[in-house]
Design a protein around this ligand. Structure first.
Ligand code: AP5
Ligand code: MG
Length: 186
């Protein structure tokens, strides 16, 4: 059973490539961003609390996402693809513990590398089509700053464990998918 993290900056293609990975390896896709956006759309108590944080492009607290992931892992039987989680070293440490609780270990972390100007281009393009609340230039800059300050150290965490697989995230979606498969199968 595989348990994989898809990692990268906002706009790196985590969600796009997740479709291919879950299909190829028969995994359950769990995106913390999607779960949090659903709480906002449903106007739950949690959704009301986190809306302003997400609209500002900041990370929500570790406690909130960890509780969501604990439930998701407990409910899964196939193996999982984690998209947008972990985003802090504390979350990465917790993920190892949650997996261990269920007799699992992380297979690897796939890190999509995309230059900043291309990230910005993709997200501003998506803004025109989808209108996601956090896809505007000021908020994208905040999201990139949060990534650099709090999330990038997670890459080092997995490098130290020998689980980091760096993949060039530029090119066609199909080419990148093929690179990811190679990186996972290695
Ligand atoms: P989240 O939903 O995870 O957003 P994100 O990381 O900012 O990234 P995106 O989803 O925008 O990008 P992506 O890498 O998935 O790229 P995509 O495939 O969509 O998080 C949102 C917020 O939730 C956070 O800011 C935070 O507040 C909160 N949150 C979530 N998880 C959290 C956690 N663990 N802890 C704390 N807070 C958390 O692609 C982007 C665009 O590019 C698309 O339009 C796509 O069509 C296009 N594209 C994709 N691939 C290519 C390609 N090869 N060539 C050209 N275009 C492409
Ligand atoms: Mg995404």
């Amino acid at each position: 059973m595989k348990n994989i993290v898809i990692f990268g900056a906002p706009g790196a293609g985590k969600g796009t490539q997740s479709d291919f990975i879950v299909e190829t390896y028969g995994l359950t896709h769990v995106s913390t961003g999607d779960l949090l956006r659903k709480e906002i759309a449903d106007q739950t108590e949690l959704g009301l609390r986190i809306k302003s944080i997400m609209d500002a492009g900041q990370l929500v607290s570790d406690d909130i996402v960890v509780e969501m992931m604990d439930k998701a892992i407990a409910a899964d039987t196939k193996g999982m693809l984690f998209d947008g989680f972990p985003r802090t070293v504390a979350q990465a440490e917790t993920l190892d513990k949650l997996l261990a609780k269920h007799g699992r270990t992380l297979t690897c972390m796939v890190q999509l590398e995309v230059p900043k100007d291309e990230l910005m281009r993709r997200l501003l393009e998506r803004a025109k089509i989808q209108g996601r609340a956090d896809d505007n230039e000021a908020t994208i800059n905040n999201r990139l700053q949060e990534y650099n300050n709090k999330t990038k150290p997670v890459a080092e965490y997995y490098a130290t464990q020998g689980k980091q697989r760096i993949v060039d995230g530029l090119g066609t979606i199909e080419d990148i998918a093929a690179r990811i498969k190679q990186a996972i199968d290695k």
